[in-house]
Design a protein around this ligand. Structure first.
Ligand code: HEC
Length: 137
């Protein structure tokens, strides 16, 4: 079963990473089971938006480093439609992200969010996708 398999992958990755937690490794083990790092080969297989696309939205909405980190930390623990930067049709397609409370500690999330904001440059994704980024709030 697909779910069982990804659960096993998560567990085994988590145990490898346990000794030396850092943002990149944590991201791989805690987040990339759903989000992919590379541009997807087959969009129909995705269960969540690729991480570069997510970062493009976040950096556009929150150019400030601290606020971008805050947003990620908050969203991962308490996702909801009002906060989401994802387009409504994406949320319809993938469903709302399940809260990662219990899967990731605040400390780990701190490393993950900082690593994402510092290392994932969305530049490569610019112009990928047709929509304009419009957000009232
Ligand atoms: C069980 C699958 C799953 C896991 C695990 C997961 N995500 Fe997500 N994530 C989603 C889905 C689905 C969406 C798109 C819907 C949404 O925005 O809520 C999403 C959206 C996001 C967004 C964009 C929110 C927005 O709409 O603006 C961020 C940021 C994010 N995830 C970060 C993370 C981080 C960091 C982790 C690891 C700690 C993680 N996710 C783990 C499924 C997952």
């Amino acid at each position: 079963m697909k779910l069982k398999k990804s659960f096993l992958v998560i567990v085994s990755l988590a145990s490898v990473v346990y000794a030396k937690p850092n943002g990149e490794e944590l991201l791989k083990s805690k987040c990339l089971s759903c989000h992919t790092m590379s541009r997807p080969q087959d969009i129909s297989k995705l269960v969540a938006p690729p991480i570069m696309g997510v970062m493009r939205h976040i950096k556009t909405a929150y150019p400030d480093r601290e606020r971008a980190i805050e947003f990620i930390k908050d969203y991962v623990l308490e996702p909801n439609k009002e906060k989401a930067l994802c387009l409504p049709q994406k949320i319809k397609k993938f469903g709302l992200m399940p809260s990662q409370k219990g899967n990731v500690s605040e400390e780990e999330l701190d490393s993950i969010a900082s690593w994402m904001v510092d290392n994932l440059s969305p530049k490569g994704m610019m112009g990928h996708g047709k929509h304009k980024m419009m957000r009232g709030k």
